[in-house]
Design a protein around this ligand. Structure first.
Ligand SMILES: *[C@@H]1O[C@H](CO)[C@@H](O)[C@H](O)[C@H]1NC(C)=O
Ligand SMILES: [Zn+2]
Length: 300
């Protein structure tokens, strides 16, 4: 839920008439990705996310040092909600990230995911045209700001780290509490309290979070001014399929919640790992995009 200007609490999905391509039908008049530019002007900007990352065009950047995370192991109680567009987990602000040539330390606000249908292609970013089953975005704001709306006024006020999920045969037990909670929030506005969760349960081991991509990007939902990342985390098929039980406001299955890739328009994508040849074999790849951000699915 988001506060409207008049002080009323209005669910975000009533606020904005945008939707994913999978929701566009002949008798459903929501605005799909092609029309987001009309919903929010920034969505037709020239530095949009997501993008296809072409590995042979990457440039190594030695300033992209490993990230330093604080509070990733900390367990907390977090509200998990179906916000009508995605599933979102509110995060404690004690979770921080710095390093990686970020201009400051950032504190976490929320994470949300983008997925396909029953474990099919669902990530927003692609690598050499390959789409992963799921992508998680952890939204952070600069420490000095009290809210997302404040951070948005600073072009480097928001940092979003993105992680890819890849399918593995073995179940990731640490992911269970999260997956098991999905059945309680199938309808938009439903939420549930996750007790004793930590970001460590959802992200790759920190020692592996040294290889990542970075470019100037945008939010991948209207208003479309975001910052993102991508990394690989294992997830079994049943866990991925569990997301398909969530529903959009229309009652249809919440699937294919990803924006199509956007043109680079001359932007360079940088890589942290030195040897670009290792990119495709790297177990964990992360991309960070930094820019001003306005995430509709953030309960700021
Ligand atoms: C989920 O949301 C629906 C529709 O708003 C509501 O009818 C239902 O009671 C909610 N369920 C829970 C467990 O909150
Ligand atoms: Zn996102």
């Amino acid at each position: 839920r988001q506060k409207s200007g008049s002080g009323h609490v209005v669910p975000v999905w009533l606020h904005y008439n945008w939707c994913y391509q999978s929701q566009v039908t002949c008798n459903h008049t929501c605005s799909g990705p092609d029309e987001w530019g009309a919903v929010a002007q920034d969505c037709s900007g020239r530095a949009q996310s997501p993008v296809n990352i072409v590995t042979r065009r990457l440039l190594p950047d030695e300033r992209l040092t490993p990230f330093h995370f604080t509070g990733y192991q900390e367990t907390f109680h977090g509200r998990l909600a179906n916000n009508g567009h995605s599933v979102q987990l509110d995060l404690p602000q004690s979770i921080r990230v710095k390093g990686g040539n970020l201009v400051a330390q950032y504190k976490a606000l929320q994470l949300h995911l983008h997925w396909g249908k029953d474990g099919g292609p669902g990530s927003e970013h692609t690598i050499d045209g390959e789409q992963f089953p799921m992508e998680m975005h952890i939204v952070h704001i600069k420490e000095e700001y009290a809210s997302l709306s404040q951070a948005l006024k600073d072009s480097a006020g928001v940092a979003v780290l993105g992680f890819f999920f890849q399918v593995s045969k073995s179940a990731n037990k640490k992911f269970d509490p999260f997956i098991n909670a999905l059945k309680h929030i199938t309808r938009p506005t439903n939420s549930t309290l996750l007790t004793a969760v930590s970001l460590e349960m959802l992200t790759p081991p920190q020692k592996n979070m040294t290889k990542y991509f970075r470019y100037d990007g945008s939010l991948t939902t209207p208003n479309c001014t975001e910052a993102v990342v991508c990394c690989k985390k294992n997830c079994d098929c049943a866990a991925l399929a569990a997301f398909s039980q969530l529903q959009f406001p229309s009652g249809e299955a919440m699937v294919k919640t990803s924006r199509p890739v956007q043109p680079l328009n001359g932007r360079q994508v940088y890589y942290s790992g030195g040897h670009v040849a290792l990119v495709s074999s790297a177990a964990l790849i992360m991309s960070v995009l930094l820019s001003s951000a306005l995430s509709l699915h953030t309960a700021a």
